[in-house]
Ligand binder design. Structure first.
Ligand SMILES: *Cc1c(COP(=O)(O)O)cnc(C)c1O
Length: 227
């Protein structure tokens, strides 16, 4: 067994264990393999030896050749990086999900540029709870207006929220940060939005995210090693 296959077994077991420990139904947390910075051969191993189908990339120039080369596998591609206006067309054409929508202008361009005949693009709103180091993401107050706008865009399907809390080592502090994100989602749900996705948790804080209701964890280093 090679290292990547071993890593997938290990991470999937850790997800299953966290589901059980925190009272989450088995299979309720989806594993997104974050393959940015890794060669296409490593993705191929993940596909052929570990049966992985969901892959996350954060740079369009890096992603396009991989998407092209792995076309025969029928994969699900997730865009998770910051989005510049001049990249929306490529994203709308080549991806199935976008986790990092944080502006109406970007949402509108993705909607307009999603090709006819493709299913709606699944989108998450990226939120930035207090104390985050990244500048991406909107505040809790701004989320309802963006959700409202996206709901009128026929080629987008709003699935939920995504967040990248600042890296913390202590479990309870990680959990507090994810709890804030969960509350933003619950507030939107109280206002009538149907959201089935909470995209949060990375290699260093996956368990805390699962404890707070993550439905999708985005794992890079834990699967493919250091970048
Ligand atoms: C790189 C990245 C990840 C994966 O991070 P790891 O620490 O390698 O697991 C997850 N989400 C986003 C948005 C990323 O850019």
């Amino acid at each position: 067994m090679n290292q990547i296959e071993e890593n997938f077994i290990h991470i999937r077991a850790a997800i299953a264990e966290a589901e059980q420990r925190f009272g989450r139904p088995p299979g309720s947390v989806r594993l997104l393999a974050v393959s940015k910075g890794h060669a296409v051969e490593h993705l191929r191993q993940a596909i052929e030896q570990a049966g992985q189908r969901d892959f996350g990339e954060s740079q369009i120039q890096e992603a396009l050749p991989k998407i092209d080369e792995l076309g025969k596998y029928n994969l699900i591609w997730h865009f998770i990086g910051p989005i510049q206006s001049n990249k929306t067309r490529s994203i709308a054409h080549h991806f199935d999900w976008v986790h990092s929508v944080d502006r109406i202008k970007i949402a509108r361009r993705l909607d307009e540029q999603r090709p006819d005949g493709r299913p709606p693009l699944n989108v998450c709103i990226q939120v930035n709870a207090s104390g985050e180091s990244t500048k991406s993401g909107i505040t809790a107050d701004e989320a309802p207006a963006l959700a409202q706008a996206i709901s009128h865009m026929p080629r987008l399907r709003l699935r939920g929220l995504m967040a990248i809390p600042q890296p913390l080592t202590e479990f309870q502090r990680q959990r507090d940060a994810f709890h804030q994100i969960r509350e933003i989602k619950e507030n939107l749900e109280k206002q009538g939005w149907l959201l089935d996705t909470l995209s949060m948790g990375m290699s260093g804080d996956m368990e805390a995210a699962i404890a707070e209701g993550a439905t999708l964890v985005r794992i890079g280093r834990g699967l493919f090693g250091a970048r």
